[in-house]
Design a protein around this ligand. Structure first.
Ligand code: FDP
Length: 366
């Protein structure tokens, strides 16, 4: 009897459709340090009416829908896994000297072709393209994207995603000129990612908050499943590749040392750690329940002090995080204020729950 009572307490109430009461297990200090946040119930709505309500331009809506059409196809192929025959590496290397995955190539081709076909895009820039690719000289938009973030996760059937950022086209610059992309993150008109996980989800902002949508595979479109993302400002969860600790700058080493000391240290509370090794997965967790994500500067390879790319990783993620009440910095500067100098530029990234990001930044000032 006791077992049955416990079982039904965890099951959603069939009458109200409300989530079941959280079990104590999920609020355990060691496993889920976040307080249980009851999400506002969100009416199921399709993407286009939500964007129209936000006052988004018709051409921009059409462009976003095209990007998502490509992502739906990527989602389908990712979901097919080994059956799709697209896993494994090609023999090519991209500009960063990384071996391209077949899925990277495929996702890149799909996005590039479909975006350029819209006619509203002046040029695209992609992680997988050495140079920008010109589109319609009269196009009003520029799109920069990482077709498949977290690509080391592809062969292990783990989280991956597509990240995109839309900028205004610049008058007076040729469609083939990469300089038109060198705009700070504050110029972004829209940014988002599509996460290929157990469900396919879209996080999107056009500057009116961040919303989450879920791909309804029965009808083939994205439905609004969280109207307003709000990152809790306080957290006890951090994400960083700890194996690089000895290569970090002293400020970052001291900050993480204090997190690890937990209750016994100056922070006076225990922290939990998560690392998905795909920025898109780690940022998604932060949008859902808070936390801090860091990929700091290190001296492991003097030619590559920073890992993540400004234009198609750090900027769009910073836009989504700031629009959810979070913060995003290199440690010394707000990421979205950086004036880019190169389309494949790399930056240090510290983003997430506002108070925790502020705490981390204090160690950088010392
Ligand atoms: P990946 O190289 O697999 O594409 O984009 C860079 C990135 O993944 C991020 O998505 C991820 O957060 C990070 O690199 C993983 O870095 P580590 O290999 O150091 O774990």
């Amino acid at each position: 009897m006791q077992f049955l009572a416990r079982f039904f307490k965890l099951w959603p109430d069939p009458m109200s459709g409300r989530p079941a009461e959280p079990s104590q297990k999920f609020n355990d200090d060691r496993h889920s340090p976040q307080p249980y946040i009851k999400q506002k119930e969100t009416p199921m709505r399709r993407l286009a009416p939500v964007l129209r309500q936000d006052g988004v331009d018709t051409d921009l809506i059409a462009l976003i829908k095209t990007i998502l059409a490509a992502c739906k196809e990527i989602s389908f192929r990712v979901g097919q896994g080994a059956l799709a025959g697209v896993l494994g590496s090609t023999l090519d290397e991209n500009i960063q000297g990384e071996t391209q995955k077949k899925l990277d190539v495929l996702a890149n081709e799909l996005l590039k072709d479909m975006i350029l076909e819209t006619g509203v895009v002046k040029a695209i820039s992609s992680e997988e393209e050495d140079n920008t690719v010109a589109g319609n000289p009269q196009g009003r938009y520029l799109v920069t994207f990482d077709p498949l973030d977290g690509s080391s996760n592809t062969d292990i059937n783990s989280l991956i995603g597509t990240i995109f950022s839309i900028l205004p086209a610049q008058a007076g610059l040729d469609a083939a000129d990469p300089a038109q992309f060198l705009q700070p993150g504050t110029a972004q008109l829209a940014a988002g990612y599509v996460l290929y996980g157990p469900s396919t989800m879209l996080a999107l902002t056009t500057g009116k908050g961040t919303r989450l949508y879920t791909l309804d595979k029965t009808y083939g479109g994205f439905l609004l499943t969280q109207e307003e993302v709000a990152i809790p400002s306080v957290t006890a969860e951090f994400a960083i590749n700890m194996s690089n600790q000895r290569y970090w700058q002293p400020g970052m080493q001291a900050y993480v040392d204090d997190l690890l000391l937990g209750k016994a240290g100056p922070r006076g509370k225990n922290f939990n750690m998560r690392w998905i090794a795909a920025m898109v997965g780690d940022v998604h967790r932060i949008l859902c329940r808070g936390g801090i994500f860091m990929y700091p500067t290190d001296n492991k390879d003097p030619n590559k002090p920073d890992k993540l790319r400004l234009m198609y990783e750090a900027n769009p993620m910073s836009f989504l995080v700031e629009q959810s009440g979070g913060a995003s910095s290199t440690g010394y500067q707000r990421i979205m204020d950086i004036q880019p100098v190169d389309i494949h530029q790399r930056v240090a990234v510290i983003l997430g729950s506002k108070h925790e990001v502020d705490s981390c930044l204090k160690y950088h000032q010392a």
